[in-house]
Design a binder for this molecule. Sequence first.
Ligand SMILES: [Zn+2]
Ligand SMILES: [Zn+2]
Length: 901
Amino acid sequence: MGIPVFVFAGLLVHCVFLASIFDIYFTSPLVHGMTPQQTPLPPPGKRLVLFVADGLRADSLYELDSNGTSRAPFLRSILENTGSWGISHTRVPTESRPGHVALIAGFYEDVSAVAKGWKENPVEFDSIFNESKYTWSWGSPDILPMFAKGASGDHVYTFCYTAESEDFGAQDAAKLDTWVFDHVKSFFNSSRSNQTLYSALNEEKVVLFLHLLGIDTNGHAHRPNSREYKENIRKVDEGVKEIASMLENFYGNDGKTAFILTSDHGMTDWGSHGAGHPSETLTPLIAWGAGVNYPQRVASQFFEDNFLKEWKLENLKRLDVNQADIAPLMASLIGVPFPLNSVGTLPLEYLNNSAHFKAESMFTNAVQILEQFKVKMTQKKETTLSFLFTPFKPLSDSEQINLLKKTRLYIQQEKYDEAVSLCKTLINLALEGLSYYHTYDRLFLGLSIAMGFVGWTAYVILVIIKTHTNLTKAAQSHDKESTILLYGFAFVGLIIAFFLLIQTCPWTYYVYCLLPVPVWYAVVKELHVIQDLAAYLLSLPVGQSMGFLLICALGIEILVFSFFYRSTLTIGLLVFAGWPVITQLWVQAKTTALIWILLCMLLGIFPLMPVVGREPNIPLVIATGLLTLLISCSSLSSLCKSKNKYMNNEDLKVQFYQMLSIALSTYVVSSTHDSLQNKQGLPVFNQIISWTTLVSSSVLPLLSPTFLFQRLFSILLSLMSTYLLLSTGYEALFPLVLSGLMFVWINMEQEALQQYGLSLKPKLAVFNFSYATDIMQFRQLHLDDVRRSFFFVFFIVTAFFGTGNIASVNSFDPASVYCFLTVFSPFMMGGLLVLKVVIPFVLVSCAFEAVQVTTQLSSKSISHYVLVMSLTIFMMLMNGLAQLLTTKKLELSRKTKHHST
Ligand SMILES: [Zn+2]
Ligand SMILES: [Zn+2]
């Protein structure tokens, strides 16, 4: 197999593996084709007002100020005198979109939904808005359109401000909320002179949705402990009070309006959301008005957290719900069908209604969830061979009928409590069954993907051994045998395809299940290499081969663990620090070894630091900028002194520009953060410099000389100027320390070369990348190259996880991109955050390229193999991560359930 074909096959295989993660773990739980279910009894309310205070934490709303008063006096008086209250537990990802979907449509979106479409709606789903007669909504253009789009017909109306007004930096974000309140008021005023609108507003089953983005925006910009965030809560409280009294007036105090106030997610102390910290998953829920229970006084109540005492709410019953339960609650208050895909359970304690109504509503809820279960089961049954189909036993057809009949009977006999508890059993069983069928194919798909994966890894190793070592004898080919082999594998492939065909599987299943066939065919074809390898390993002394295997296993273990515990990287780096001591390098080059040990330990500090963005430290970023300037000054002066004859004025100019750009970046960081602190927004001048730096940093290194260290240093300076602009704290130092270590690494590998006596050792100081290809002579692979590749993979992982930048992409902390833009733009911000993650990766890759050429590894061929191999390891880990992500979610939901009882 030629190298281009090999690389192409590698890319293809990895693309399939990556896609499979989404197909296996992140699939939409939605099914279609259920009939709407509605409670037959008349509802208590005619209209519902839903306030969503985006990014409002439960404790920020309920806690008292230092002087013992509430910062939301109106809402406090509601929960003390007229309504019900509790905490709504959200799920991860704690983002706006999944939060609103859970609230309004009653189901939980997974990570992939956020990845696939931020603003748009990739799947059609039913919602409270869609089931309503009319819905009017006011708020952010990021949230409202997705519910209007999913609705059938023309009865969901949206009023949004422009995306540009969502400025994180300048002015007061509470204006976003004032905008909403003002527009609602003038909308109702205008209806008095508009007869069609007036009568529409007086219909039944009307929903008014007020999306309030100010608190979220202020939380991102100033963090939840800021005066701005708390002041915004006060403003929202006043606004809610005004809207409530305006509506009571408008409808002549008819007592038919129900109110719900909640939020889509909370926010961490450092102003981000997305993950599963309690500050992000605990949101407030206050309900009052038509059909809602009055406050229930209790002598004592127990919750695992200690909030009640802190909030002085020990004696008012706290009613916790899961976020999706709010959708059925809203549906039952105004008598619309439960959203078809809702998995919420009606929180009965919030209802002020007859026991009969509660039992009927609960029955409707159970039937509605059972409908989904039945559709899902039918789908699975249709696409599986009947003798292979294993149904969900606890909820067989007869059991369903039995449970439904019993409940009906209880309701007829007015045994409402028994009916309700049977409904709850039915709901739990149906939900379990839903997830059973949802993950039905997971094991089978996972196994075939694993087969393909192991096969591919084995094949890559075999090819490397075959082409780059002298372990194997010349390949002997037996035409007859290989023909039989080919037919054999083709036959297996046909059988698999036949099975998939009669089960009418989706086309992606063919890819996943058929991929292992050609891969393993390729492996089996190289059987003689395996035989030779085994013979070689057996010829080695037992201790040596065992020790080698042990080190390999340990190395991989460290890599795997570092994906879950960043501090494992520190352990790895400490082991690396011992490398020159264990080998003879220490004797050979004392100074280099000493610097290596120091830098390893220094880099080992980073994984122990908190995730980026939690503790901003702008002075440290500025200090790093100055340090970089100092280092480049000294390198410049040493260059001038040495009077390198290959240097010319042009090269000096390039380095001067790069130093200038570092200085400018440092200035921009400091001035931007000052200006934001003073609420003057992002100065246009700074913004221009930031973007210019970003563009120029990709061009400038190409103008610098191609001598090894000069080129690498130039790359570092350019990337550093961009990285500084994206930094908010200690992480600014990371690329600096990392490249320091990389420079020493290149030197150390030179020294290591001498250990197995390579005569042609290039002089690093005058080594030139552009001539490297000419002087390259082919060298056989050595056992030390395995260590070298491992170092590379380990440094790559360190570059990715060393500072926890990945976590900041996940929680979408915009503080890192303030020098570039302050207007909310998910794609732009996401792109910049990814760039920040990629910069250390580029530094390590460049260093590895240098190591390859200076250690006379044929960089063209071997690096492809190493890249494919490290990709394989990376993908394996991603797979593990995805598995962890999904299982962790299951645990979380169980915990929440326990919490609410
Ligand atoms: Zn939000
Ligand atoms: Zn947010």
